[in-house]
Design a protein. Structure first.
Length: 266
């Protein structure tokens, strides 16, 4: 199995290397391609019309090559699949992000949206995040990486047919306190909210804080699960057509055509 490892926190992120180390225990070849610096919140953005530097960096994992890209997480996956890998990629894993990617916030997530490129190519993909309740906590990347190792083996040996992006969020609590694993749906709210824009007309910055709505969520959502001490796995797909609206809009097309083109028909 050929595995591409990426993230949005940059090539020096400890979560990236913990994940790559775990992937190296899955029989196959591992390739690391990550941004040269933090690209959090990049979503699915790509560097159109821009030259991107590609630098091979020292790898602490035997047999694993690593590259830093002057670009976005999506750039990294595209370059990893099309240029830097010597063989077809069988699995893309993105993370481990030191913070959750849940609810509506996944649309902005560089961790999750990096896997969109492989999803479009029907390559199994996993986005991985670790949730600390306190930003000052010591992060247990190793246990989270072990969770993904098990999932990767399930995909490798055909026990799991992953035709969606698996968005995995793990609470940063001792293993014995984790209640289990839940397959969840995405919460219909954000986990963070914009509480203010500071600065002047020439220089501004956004300030984000936790959204209190998360405490009122329904059982079975991703945010609810990690706050209850469960590992959350949410299968994601990106079908953007609103199929139910096709019939409604079609009913108005004839009138619209008449308004636009009647003069041409006279």
């Amino acid at each position: 199995m050929n595995i591409l490892v990426t993230n949005d926190d940059g090539i020096d992120s400890p979560g990236l290397w913990a994940l790559a180390k775990a992937m190296s225990r899955v029989v196959g070849q591992v390739l690391i391609v990550a941004p040269d610096k933090e690209r959090s919140g990049a979503g699915a953005s790509v560097s159109l019309h821009n030259d991107m530097g590609i630098v091979e960096v020292p790898s602490s994992i035997p047999g694993v090559k690593a590259y830093a890209i002057d670009g976005t997480p999506s750039d990294c996956v595209m370059l990893g699949m099309r240029k830097l890998s010597q063989s077809n990629i069988d699995l893309v894993v993105s993370g481990i992000n030191p913070g959750p990617n849940i609810g509506r916030d996944i649309h902005y997530s560089g961790t999750v949206m990096a896997t969109l490129q492989s999803y479009f190519h029907k390559i199994p993909s996993i986005a991985i995040s670790l949730y600390p309740k306190n930003p000052k906590e010591t992060l247990d990347f190793d246990f989270t990486a072990e969770v993904i190792e098990k999932l990767a083996n399930d995909i490798k040996y055909g026990r799991l047919q992953a035709d969606a992006i698996l968005n995995v969020n793990v609470p940063n609590i001792p293993r014995k306190q984790i209640k289990g694993i839940l397959v969840t749906r995405t919460a219909d709210t954000g986990y963070v909210k914009l509480s203010g824009v500071k600065g002047n007309k020439d220089l501004v910055n956004y300030h984000l804080e936790l959204d209190e709505l998360y405490s009122k969520l329904e059982e079975g959502t991703d945010i609810w699960a990690i706050h209850q001490g469960y590992i959350s796995i949410t299968p994601l797909r990106f079908e953007i057509t609103h199929h139910e609206m096709i019939t409604a809009i079609t009913g108005n097309v004839e009138a619209l055509e008449n308004e636009l083109f009647n003069d041409l028909l006279d």
